[in-house]
Design a binder for this molecule. Structure first.
Ligand code: NDP
Length: 259
């Protein structure tokens, strides 16, 4: 349980869902964790819950909007003041913007890219100078299987997630000589509030849920903890030669042509 001892990690969107599970898993493995989250109260609550549940956990909640470079920089500075230099960044904050391309508003497009792609870049830019200087760092970007495959009517989310993979590969190559690794995780369906919101937005939420559960070859969807385990691995010293890469967590769904 000490795979991340001595590391300082910052996780965006850590108030709930996949980000909260990653923050919890990191703390359980000995990292000091900063929960950088738009909803300050949710960040505080999750940080408290981790502190109560994990013996010796070091957590800090910082209200952060990943769309604002200054806000992300302030979170990184708060992390440094509290625990020392940030060695692990998880760019997890993300939103679903699912629309029809031709009826989508300009605001939908901008909102999607502001969080799902600019937000990832803002995080990278805030930690990279220090990581490069210290010649140590692991950045983990939460992409999606939408980064490789398209579902009609889900525009422009997959465009932004394709960009996350591009950003991951570009920065991974750019800073490989400085021993900074940049990787992505591409989850398939994972049961979080985001997924429930999507089901509830469908005309028949129960049918939508059932259709989702039937999709993966394993006939279930993933749990946030299953994404967190891979994030721990990529953040740890067990993955020193994994860089500019992406690990898919979807129970095999993207390998399936059709049944
Ligand atoms: P949730 O909506 O459950 O959690 C996302 C968190 O990010 C929320 O706490 C949200 O805060 C926060 N957030 C949103 N906007 C910002 C912002 N501007 N700045 C800081 N924090 C913000 O989502 P998931 O846990 O399901 O998703 C996490 C990531 O995983 C996302 O990048 C998503 O695209 C990706 N993903 C999820 C999948 C799934 O099936 N769940 C599948 C594939 C990828 P608030 O509540 O205040 O909005």
């Amino acid at each position: 349980m000490n795979r991340l001892t001595g590391k300082v990690a910052l996780v965006t969107g850590a108030g709930r869902g996949i980000g909260a599970a990653i923050a919890r898993a990191f703390a359980a493995e000995g990292a000091a964790v900063v929960l950088a989250e738009l909803d300050g109260a949710a960040a505080e609550a999750t940080a408290r819950e981790i502190a109560n549940g994990v013996r010796g956990a070091q957590t800090l909640a910082v209200q952060t909007d990943v769309t604002q470079p200054a806000s992300v920089r302030a979170a990184v500075e708060a992390a440094q003041r509290a625990f020392g230099p940030v060695g692990v960044l998880v760019n997890n904050a993300g939103i679903n913007v699912f629309a029809d391309p031709l009826t989508m508003t300009d605001d939908d497009w901008r909102r999607c890219f502001a969080v799902d792609l600019d937000g990832v870049w803002n995080g990278c830019r805030a930690v990279l100078p220090d990581m490069v200087q210290r010649r140590a760092g692991s950045i983990i970007n939460i992409a999606s299987t939408h980064a490789f495959q398209i579902i009609p009517g889900c525009f422009p989310y997959p465009v932004a997630k394709h960009g996350v993979i591009g950003l991951t590969r570009a920065l991974g190559i750019e800073y490989a000589p400085n021993n900074v690794r940049v990787n992505a995780i591409a989850p398939g369906y994972i049961e979080t509030q985001l997924t429930h919101d999507w089901w509830n937005a469908q005309p028949d939420p129960q049918a939508a849920r059932k259709a989702t559960l039937d999709l993966p070859p394993m006939k279930r969807i993933g749990r946030p903890e299953e994404v967190a385990m891979t994030a721990v691995f990529l953040a740890s010293d067990e993955a020193p030669f994994i860089n500019a890469s992406c690990i898919t967590i979807d129970g095999g769904r993207t390998a399936l042509h059709h049944e």
